[in-house]
Design a protein around this ligand. Structure first.
Ligand code: PMP
Ligand code: GLN
Length: 380
């Protein structure tokens, strides 16, 4: 077969989760919580099913859910998102990003991608016949060198994909980044795809700078969100994309012949549940505590935490502990210490070896404690 993605293997998340199962390792690799989701929400799903909400809902998403989403965004970000024209509910944030790329890309187009990057971005670009132009974030704080970005912009640049809070590094955009982005795209037809799935998973008093806060940038943006991250239900695979009407019109042309519409009882349940703002407003503090707990548990192992200000993740450097590559080290820890992590090199097209691995701390304390104990036993 003539592969459309000849150089792509199996995603690292599946590789490491399978290895974890095989070696009975504690899985701090793939990003998913092991604590239960809110029972009020599961009850609402059961109720929606019992009430007979089991048939197709509107192709763009249940209207009442889109209304709740618009209210939430407009309150949180001061935006003017319209529920009828600017929002489409999707089967997850990843699908929203893929559909946004498919909506705008023509063969030969270029897209600026910051690496390390969530591993779906580059294959999404390439499967559309376009080219990813990689710019490395500056190690160790993973900041953006905007001069380098501007050097890469040319007539073929169709889009920039951004992600804050950032997976895998936990870096978070500042107002300076927004100003630089504005200056970079001014006077161009460049689209922005903004991956904001970790909008509420933000720590240390930082504020999430959604693209929706900036009308001039929002006018050229597809902003992607995930319910899985906000409500501890990654397996639901439900999210949404927000874009101004002319862009969303094109997005919906692609969407309607791909999945057409998403799971109906869950949309009914979410529409009823979204009034509980406490469910997401407390998320940052809840996860920050877990981040700090894991850090404290790993003291003395020689693993050095790099700062993280958001997401489920923290990078740890193992410099001085091992000469192994990141991939080798992550496999070794899974097999020999019984703890799975993710090598950060997997988030680069051309592997970069800074000797850092990613830990997911969105776990029960008992899980983090047990993993840290195994690591202490192995590393000290
Ligand atoms: N973007 C990033 C950076 C992520 O980490 C995830 C989590 N898997 C997603 C998008 C998409 O999430 P989902 O498709 O599960 O809603
Ligand atoms: N976003 C999750 C992570 O980074 C995984 C999602 C997936 O498995 N595709 O770990």
């Amino acid at each position: 077969m003539h592969s459309k993605l000849p150089n792509i293997g199996t995603t690292i998340f599946t590789v490491m989760s399978s290895l974890a199962v095989q070696h009975q390792a504690i899985n701090l690799g793939q990003g998913f919580p092991d604590f239960p989701m809110d029972e009020r929400l599961t009850d609402l799903v059961a109720k929606a099913m019992r009430d007979g909400h089991n048939q197709y809902v509107h192709m763009c998403g249940l209207p009442s859910l889109r209304e709740r989403i618009a209210e939430k965004l407009n309150t949180a970000y001061g935006s003017q998102v319209h529920s009828d024209t600017d929002i489409t509910v999707t089967p997850g944030g990843t699908y929203a990003i893929y559909t946004a790329f498919t909506t705008i890309l023509q063969p030969g187009d270029e897209v600026i991608v910051f690496e390390p990057a969530y591993d779906s971005y580059i294959p999404n670009i390439e499967v559309n016949g376009a080219k990813a132009i990689s710019i490395h974030l500056e190690y160790p704080d993973y900041s953006i060198n905007w001069e380098k970005v501007r050097e890469k912009i040319n007539d073929k640049t169709r889009a920039i994909i951004i992600n804050t809070p950032h997976n895998p590094t936990g870096s978070v955009w500042s107002e300076k980044d927004i100003a630089e982005l504005r200056q970079t795209v001014a006077g161009t037809g460049i689209y922005i795809i903004s991956d904001e799935v970790y909008e509420h998973l933000i720590f240390d008093g930082k504020t999430h700078l959604s693209i929706l806060k900036y009308p001039d940038l929002a006018a050229r943006s597809f902003v992607c969100f995930s319910f899985g991250k906000v409500y501890h239900c990654t397996g639901w695979k439900l999210g949404y994309c927000v874009a101004p009407e002319p862009l969303m019109k094109e997005f919906r042309k692609v969407h309607q012949f791909n999945c057409f519409t998403c799971n109906s009882p869950m949309q009914h349940a979410l529409a009823a549940f979204m009034e509980h703002r406490d469910a997401y407003l407390g998320l940052g503090a809840f996860l920050q505590q877990k981040r700090d707990f894991l850090q404290q548990q790993l003291t003395g192992t020689g693993l050095k935490p790099l700062p993280t200000y958001g997401s489920y993740f923290q990078l740890y450097s193992y410099e001085g502990l091992s000469e192994a590559t990141e991939n080798e080290f992550a496999i070794q820890l899974t097999k020999e210490a019984g703890v799975a992590t993710i090598p950060v090199s997997a988030f680069y097209k051309q592997p970069v070896d800074n000797k850092v691995i990613r830990f997911c701390f969105a776990k029960k304390e008992i899980t983090l404690e047990a993993a840290a104990e195994r690591l202490r036993r192995y590393l000290i």
